[in-house]
Design a protein around this ligand. Sequence first.
Ligand SMILES: Nc1ncnc2c1ncn2[C@@H]1O[C@H](COP(=O)(O)OP(=O)(O)O)[C@@H](O)[C@H]1O
Ligand SMILES: [Mg+2]
Length: 420
Amino acid sequence: MAIINSMDIKKAMVLAGGNDQIELIKGLRKRFPGIEVILIDMNPNVRAREFADKMYVISTMDFDKVTEVARTEEIDLILSACGDQPMRTMAYVSEQLNLPCYISFEQSQNLTNKVLMKNRMIEGGIPTAKYHRFDINSEILIDGLNFPLIIKPSDNNGSKGIIKVNSKDEFAKAIDEAKKYTISGDLLVEEFKEGEEYSIEAFLKDEVPVIIFASKNIKVKNRDTFTICRNEYVPMLKHDLREKIENIVRSIGRVFCIDNVPLLIQMIVNGDEVNVIEFSARTGGGSKLFFIREMTGVDVIDNLIDITVGKTPEINPLPSSDHALINYLYTYPGVFTSIEGLEKLESEGYISATYLYKSFGSVISSSNYSSDRPVGFLIKGKSKEDIYKKIDYINSHIRILDNMGKDIMRHEIFGENEAK
Ligand SMILES: Nc1ncnc2c1ncn2[C@@H]1O[C@H](COP(=O)(O)OP(=O)(O)O)[C@@H](O)[C@H]1O
Ligand SMILES: [Mg+2]
């Protein structure tokens, strides 16, 4: 791809208006002074609105409408960060309007549909759990698969409709749930892999793997759903594991025919065994970019802008030896009205950064999915114990209040840890 002259970029479209995209808008303004930014989101009240020059209230997943706006606005670039579905829209619109983009639409399909992805991983020898595909109207076949199993929709994300099943008796209920979250009707059943879940932020740069940031996703205990309560920084990967991950990054590039892309890889690690759950050619959401910047100095947004305009990014991670994690808050159903005790905890150094995902006044109806959490806290310490102590302290000094002044925070989720 030819390098695009910065002077030629005058107008960019950004898909979705969360905190991560605010950083993208800021990155674009820094790179292309005077640029005009058009924001697309179906929610008119998103935080990024005030950072953009103009907003269209339409779904980031509506290919036709987004293309139409992009065409009439005569944009020079369309970008998404941190989301799987907007990545497809970005690739689609770029192809339609002949705009620069780091992946093709076909590649984006292979990276967002779980059936297409699993097929390729298995054919290409990338380690992943055995699976079968079935659709909502056909019988589920599990020959060759061992319990426990996991049922998931092929075309959703954020752990929606993903259920673990321990025996055949549990199928009907799990399929009913998974059905709610599929548009195509395609479902997967795959072997459940025990182990720790790692989330790897990497980059494939001229076919060379660069591991930027590793963290573990800690799930809420004793649930059949997969609710992430914590994302824990891994300061140093063991040598063997690092090698395995680098090989996986190389294989992904080869099998999926992609290069010069960010890669977000989810994998289950159990001793020497590594299984890829899924991956995407994007950076992680949920404040990951702030976390990465803080712990390694790498600016993933800068890298994203680089590859979009055809430039090879300079990536030099300098991993901090500190321990750190983002602890996510969940609530009982209610109106998210205020957070009591926050400023004091920030000024006392218990909380290093606060990431607000919902605006005050939002109605929260469940505590199952990433999209349900109103807030996350970055907590740093010299050791894990140090961090656990801070979590306990924060937990007993903070309250999330609803519109009646009642504490709706799920303190038992916030305070969970291995030692308990
Ligand atoms: N085969 C598996 N073995 C163990 N856990 C799994 C498996 N597949 C999915 N999970 C769990 O479910 C979560 C969501 O599954 P994933 O395939 O990543 O879907 P989503 O697109 O919703 O993120 C994963 O983060 C992981 O914790
Ligand atoms: Mg996932």
